[in-house]
Unconditional design. Structure first.
Length: 250
């Protein structure tokens, strides 16, 4: 199924039958990807009196409760409500779902004794003069183990404040990354990259989003794509999400 997308005076074609899913699924398992010091998610049948929501256990339907945290347990997309006192919902603020994107791969740079960062210089080199609505950042090394990694207390790499400012000033509205956060795990609540990207000190970018915990397979080449950011309609600062890339054919 070939789709033609017109952006101003430029036309792009994508094949909707060839999606590249870059989300990490949520599973009720101890090796489900995890961060922020929580236990694994739970998916379990409802039990009420003598009725159970499990066909395997004799029920007429499967009827599960799901207990999880979108920030801890898999791919999620968040809005500025993640860091503001005023409540803002991702469902209210994300109103478009297809964006012209650039996939880039970076090796985080060492900073100080124990930190690794994605720097402004790296992103400038990767993006150059390209005009994009979204950026998808894949970090190296990029092992399949990322899909099950337990990140709590590991001080993962993060985006430096200057790099987040650079993305904002480039006009990038949607930032997708294969890490649990764009900020340092333990930063005393500063959240420098979050604040810089959403411009909380100025004209807040209500329509900008950050998607964390993606996984981009090594077989997917760097370059231009369209990204479809699919969310569940949660009235919450963040929602589980399923970003999908489509290679631009021409």
């Amino acid at each position: 199924m070939i789709c033609t997308i017109q952006r101003k005076t430029t036309k792009h074609q994508i094949d909707l039958s060839k999606p590249l899913d870059i989300s990490i699924p949520l599973r009720a398992a101890k090796d489900n990807v995890n961060a922020w010091y929580l236990e694994e998610p739970k998916i379990e049948p409802v039990r009420a009196d003598d009725w159970v929501g499990s066909v395997k256990e004799g029920g007429d339907v499967n009827f599960n409760n799901i207990f999880f945290n979108p920030h801890s347990h898999g791919t999620h997309t968040e809005c500025v409500g993640h860091i503001t006192e005023e409540v803002h919902s991702i469902n209210e603020n994300l109103k478009q779902f297809f964006f012209h994107a650039e996939l880039v791969t970076v090796v985080p740079e060492k900073k100080g004794e124990n930190d690794y960062i994605i720097s402004k210089k790296q992103l400038q080199h990767s993006i150059g003069n390209k005009k994009r609505e979204a950026i998808v950042i894949r970090t190296l090394p990029n092992f399949e183990e990322k899909r099950q990694r337990q990140y709590s207390h590991t001080n993962p790499p993060y985006i430096e404040e200057e790099a987040a400012i650079y993305l904002r000033e480039k006009g990038i509205k949607h930032l997708l990354i294969d890490l649990p956060s764009v900020d340092k795990e333990k930063d005393g609540g500063e959240l420098l990259a979050h604040n810089a990207f959403w411009n909380t000190a100025g004209d807040i970018r209500m329509d900008a989003t950050i998607t964390e915990f993606i996984y981009v397979a090594n077989a997917i080449e760097d370059g231009a794509y369209y990204v479809n950011i699919q969310i569940a309609p949660f009235e919450n600062d963040a929602s589980p999400s399923k970003p999908v890339l489509y290679k631009i054919m021409k």
